[in-house]
Design a protein around this ligand. Sequence first.
Ligand SMILES: C[S@@+](CC[C@H](N)C(=O)[O-])C[C@H]1O[C@@H](n2cnc3c(N)ncnc32)[C@H](O)[C@@H]1O
Length: 240
Amino acid sequence: MLIVGGHVRYAQHVLNQRLKGLSTIQRRDAAQHVWTSRTALGWGERAFADPKARCAEYAYGATRSLYRSIGRSLSILELGAMNGASLFCLQFQGVDIARFVGVDISAAAVHQASQHWPDESRFVFHCGDFLDYCRSTDSQFDALLVKQTFLFLDQDYLEQLIGVISDRGIATRIVIQERQRAPHLGPHSAYGNWGNTPVDYSHDYSALFGRAGWTIESGGLRPHPTVADTLLLEAVFVRA
Ligand SMILES: C[S@@+](CC[C@H](N)C(=O)[O-])C[C@H]1O[C@@H](n2cnc3c(N)ncnc32)[C@H](O)[C@@H]1O
């Protein structure tokens, strides 16, 4: 088992080194292949199969609290909506949703998501790149939901994305659930090997959001219960 684990880690290391050598555009292209794989699609199906366990995650509870404190149905944008698992979980948690837009680069995932709510015009799943969507939309939302998605983005891309979200006033709040290294290796990203996605990072989210004028309204960082040297950022950011 140890030998197999060592081989997998080595293979990930080699893959990451190769990916690091690619240009940004080539790397995004490679990421598209990863995200359209069967493994990625299967990941999202777990919530539909076991909502009691999967829908208990922080991001959904935090959105429910927001819904209760705002006192009306919410408009939500999710970046990295995959097959609609988050919308399903928010409904499972009893959050009333006036409008939900889910953006994802995987056409297969977006197709699956749309099939879950074929007759609901208030729920839209959009196939496209996060930056392209955020640059082109005129919509504004009560909350932007980001769950286990930003850690896979390049640092420069994420900085641009946070800039566009902030400058265009796309959301009043950001509900975020992401992983971070502990101790963090510096103000910028560090390469890690989490899961089966080849390139992933440790971003200093609080610093990145802080620079764009966001502060933590609730939640914060806590140690990951099972993964060594890893923190979970589970927080709601609000713009001052
Ligand atoms: C790990 S999954 C998201 C999981 C989902 N938020 C959840 O917690 O169940 C990340 C998703 O982001 C999408 N994605 C990654 N980079 C993207 C980009 N630049 N633009 C649009 N979608 C992207 C992938 O296709 C993938 O479905």
